[in-house]
Design a protein around this ligand. Structure first.
Ligand code: ZN
Length: 290
């Protein structure tokens, strides 16, 4: 999460996401698999405090989780910064669900476990979660570099896509600063379709997601995609009470509530599987009725 002001005041409106019109529970439509809580905890605990080592670890875990060598790449930035790391998990179509998390942290304070090792270290587990069955969408997992320097890696990535590639991104799901409590969503900066799908996935998996907006205090990599009108959503866990932990000496492993963190992983896995099934269907229907 990038702090844009030191004033610890979240422009927040707490609202439970309500799943309207999902009388048919989504669980019957989505399939995904989960890695164990021990594995999720293990990844979280093996953080490095060096940004280049973080990137290397994410790359290794993506490979270990089944990302083929030919689909795993590093994108060098035009500065002395660690690269973005990118894994493509092919699907039946060229339409893309992009899952991103920044790999860097502010090095002045704390260990940057919350912000954002919690997001980055889930990328490989989420790859595993959605790769157990055929997919309509191609999933692209990206560990973004240098978010804390001003969304540098995500801006570079979005900027260097072709207009056609951008047009194929059905949704960008950004993970930033999870595990401080239950899953929250930056609702005011989320695409409506992606937000509704989150409510449906939460309802189907009996997990919580609440709206918590960070408009006045911060930003996140999702905004690099909003620039190009790509539908985006940021999932986090920050509240008015926990916001001061970010970019402070308190950003350490012991700030994490492990059950909440595992629940967030579970919800995001369910959400990605749900999105794969749900996104594009409205467009398909529209085409069919023409
Ligand atoms: Zn941050």
């Amino acid at each position: 999460m990038r702090r844009t002001t030191e004033r610890a005041r979240l422009c927040y409106s707490i609202a439970l996401l309500v799943c309207l019109g999902c009388a048919v529970r989504a669980s019957s439509q989505v399939e995904y698999r989960l890695v164990s809580r021990e594995a999720i905890e293990g990844h979280l605990k093996s953080f490095s405090t060096k940004n280049n080592e973080r990137e290397a670890l994410i790359r290794k875990w993506l490979a270990d989780a089944g990302c083929k060598k030919s689909n795993l790449a590093e994108q060098s930035l035009e500065r002395k910064l660690p690269p973005n790391v990118i894994c493509v998990l092919p699907g039946e179509t060229a339409d893309v669900i992009l899952v991103g998390a920044h790999t860097d942290h502010v090095t002045e304070f704390g260990d940057g476990v919350v912000d954002n090792w919690t997001g980055a270290s889930l990328l490989a587990s989420l790859l595993y979660s959605v790769s157990g069955r055929p997919r309509r969408h191609t999933f692209v997992f990206v560990g973004f570099s240098a978010e804390e320097k001003g969304l540098v890696g995500s801006a570079y990535y979005a900027q260097h896509l072709t207009p056609e590639q951008r047009g194929h991104i059905a949704g960008m799901v950004n993970l930033d600063s999870l595990g401080l409590g239950p899953t929250e969503v930056w609702a005011t900066h989320a695409d409506k379709v992606l937000l509704d799908a989150l409510a449906a996935a939460a309802s189907a998996s009996n997990l919580r997601a609440e709206a918590m907006n960070v408009d006045e205090v911060g930003s996140a990599d999702s905004e690099s995609f909003a620039t190009y009108h790509i539908p985006r959503i940021t999932l986090h866990s920050v509240t008015q009470q926990t916001w001061p932990i970010l970019h402070s000496s308190r950003d350490k492993l012991d700030a994490i509530r492990m059950q909440d963190y595992y629940d967030s992983y579970h919800l995001i896995a369910a959400y990605l599987a749900y999105l794969d099934n749900a996104l594009g269907k409205t467009a398909d229907k529209a085409k069919a009725t023409k």
